[in-house]
Design a protein around this ligand. Sequence first.
Ligand SMILES: Nc1ncnc2c1ncn2[C@@H]1O[C@H](COP(=O)(O)OP(=O)(O)OP(=O)(O)O)[C@@H](O)[C@H]1O
Length: 450
Amino acid sequence: MTKEQWGALQDQLSSTIGENNYKTWIKPIEFSGIEPGGVAVFNVPTNFIGSYVSQNYGDLLLAKLSMLDADVRRLKFQVANMDARPAQPRPAPAAAPTPPTNDLLPGAPLDARFTFDSFVVGKPNELAHAAAKRVGEGGQVTFNPLFLYGGVGLGKTHLMHAIAWELRTHRPDLNVLYLSAEQFMYRFVQALRERRMMDFKELFRSVDVLMVDDVQFIAGKDSTQEEFFHTFNALVDQNKQIIISADRAPDEIKDLENRIRSRLQSGLVVDLHPTDYELRLGILQSKVQNYREQYPSLQLDDGILEFLAHRISTNVRVLEGALTRLFAFASLVGQPITMELTQDCLSDVLRASDRKISIEEIQRKVAEHYHIRLSDLIGPKRVRNFARPRQVAMYLCKQLTARSLPEIGRRFGGRDHTTVMHGVKRIEELRSQDSQIADDIELLRRALEA
Ligand SMILES: Nc1ncnc2c1ncn2[C@@H]1O[C@H](COP(=O)(O)OP(=O)(O)OP(=O)(O)O)[C@@H](O)[C@H]1O
């Protein structure tokens, strides 16, 4: 890739990510050259900018670069005195041709960060991880295909890339092809359009390991499914490993031909479960370790990671994004990461991932916990056995929902808002005096937020 091409790419990036982001993050970096192994090297003025660009725009850059130069597989950001440093020439063979845009590109680039080393294993993903590890060894094909599925951002792509990296290291003799189902379709359509179906078939039938990400994409696309089916069969017949990912199990993908569905089910089907608190905390801790190397002086208060693991339970991508933003912000403003800074900086993320807990849910859980009937919890009786749990429930409604005091009062048998206020105050006092009440509340809060 030439400097001119990088210039043109910068213009494109500016319109994709917006003028401001472009000026802050992309403009200061400089394309240096391409190292052996397809590593595109960029000079960056500071480590911070390098890691921010890598985290936030790495995928985009890699995708754009690999369209210009199919050899590019990874990015490297190095701190350099940018005024003094001459651009590194591309090593021999110097004139590696830039493929014309209509060339059938082989696979999609792999993300250098998605390795087994950086994948945190916990209960929800241990099976998927073990299966991926086994395939990554490149031994005898025992289950074919390996079908990985799970919700958004739970690590399917990460595991697939990790398998590919592992195979590249241990079995460089194998021809490994990774791409998304969408890319499979585009390549198929392109081959049809250019009357190059023979090339297409040859390309896909000559691989040793085929990985297709997000296969649900081909549902309802008849001719792509047909071609995928033939590719699949040809490879399985030759005992070549296939790895597939999807956002749901094969029998839940609508508009998928039955013969494909049963093919997909014929190997090992494993799912990545939604993350639990421990896994989220583990992922945050491992990310922080990387940040610590870059920003040794940045102070992180106790309890922040626990808070984030507790509050952001949507998916790992959101969790990672939150942490990146927090570190970026703290180092830009040169302040320690305190709880206050965290809540300020991530207020939108925290609000969006708040699970909406309803008043009914709280009432039901509290009634269950104190072994009383829901009607007694809400009803008019003022005996202590009902009144205390009622106050606890009101307190939790105030803490865990955005409902106003009058609204809470209405939902507790039409009580006045001053009654609710009194109840909430009473529990606040009791929490510090009565450890039983404090424990009850903690237990209920956990159960409701789980
Ligand atoms: N167990 C884990 N350990 C470390 N990082 C993880 C883990 N699970 C997910 N991630 C990270 O979360 C992000 C999202 O993961 P990934 O892209 O693999 O999700 P996905 O399941 O393919 O999602 P999608 O359905 O959107 O394609 C990535 O940055 C990945 O590195």
